[in-house]
Design a protein around this ligand. Sequence first.
Ligand SMILES: [Cu+2]
Length: 453
Amino acid sequence: MDIRSRPPTRSSQRKLPITDCLRKDIRMQRRTFLSSLAGSVAALAALPKAQGAEQAVQALGLPSSDVARGGRTPVVTLNGQSLAWTLQDGVKEFRLVAEPIEQEVAPGMKAKFWGYNGSTPGPTIEAIEGDRVRIYVQNKLPEHTTIHWHGLLLPNGMDGVGGLNQAQIPPGKTGVYEFTLTKSGTFMYHPHADEQVQMALGMMGMFIVHPKNPNERRVDRDYAFLLSAYDIEPDTMTAKTATMTDFNLWTFNSRTFPAIQTLVARQGERVRIRVGNLTMTNHPIHLHGHIFKVTGTDGGWVPASAQWPEVTTDVAVGQMRVIEFIADAPGDWAFHCHKSHHTMGPMGHAVPNMLGVDQQKLTAKIERLLPGQHYMAMGSNGMAEMQDMANMGDMMPLPANTLPMMTGEGPYGPIEMGGMFTVLKVRADQKAGDYSDPGWYAQPKGTQSWIID
Ligand SMILES: [Cu+2]
């Protein structure tokens, strides 16, 4: 086994001065934390320790059988799968059920969403350029709906804008869409009916059309996910649908780190990642360790002459961006939105700014006011202590059904992320087509930063 891909052992972790020093330091700080009386929602961040990012590989994409049969690389939808279809007189028939669902955002939090076929996002529709498709949309929602096929070129009456192109699909009824896929690319589907509510509750999915020629635009790995955002207060399960900009849950496919599936590649493979944005703000998506090019948008494939090297690409509202790169650097590489508040969980955004404030006297005063209470100051030395508080859930009262601001446990300590964040794991000995998580990367000797006094 290649040493570089072997997960570090416990004993090798103990040798790392950074981990032990920081932990000791943090342990001492714990006693001085303060969960302030009124404003410091941050104190509520003391939640049960979340699972590490090294979660078991979740359900991988189930490709359309002819996608795989044609030699194409099937799409892997993060934490999701592709929709099965049946052939009726030469037409591929897909069935979507719009319905209320319940789904885990990350360990410690479940939410009531609206989705398709039991999940948000709904299953990815995968088909091939030239296919004739018929899509049944059964409405099990308490209100009417439609589906708009974002980016696809189709007859006007199939475009799905309720009231404009068609009558709404009433609750209990089924709408049918039928059109021919005239171009390959990366598209989305979502309601064009009561959008503010229906998208705020998770109704969306990806629609991927493979080129007719299996050798065109071939990659070795093909990942896809949607960006979505929700506003779900602690101790509740339903997103506030009137929220316009101040969301508190920033997700890849309606999950937050560390529940987002890890991306895996064998060293040297060509990797494609398709990202769609159905939130209400833009997301600069950033990949570590590699240089990529934007090879597609929702308008189609970008000609090679119009591509340039990037490590971050902004995905604006309602846009799709397809990035491609050669996974030439072994390691565990962060892949995330670069807005730092989008890599944080829902807790504690209303905290007063305590940076640089000596809270020792305040702690004493509050403990006099509340005899018998164990009171802890927080935020004097930065927010990294948030993750530590999240790790000591048994010491503090917990709000129900929410997530810490900063979470995720790596091989060298807390990762301190929580929203739109996952990891790309590149390994020399990962088998082609193997999407299982290879564990943490072991740094080759002499290639890791170190701490001095
Ligand atoms: Cu973002």
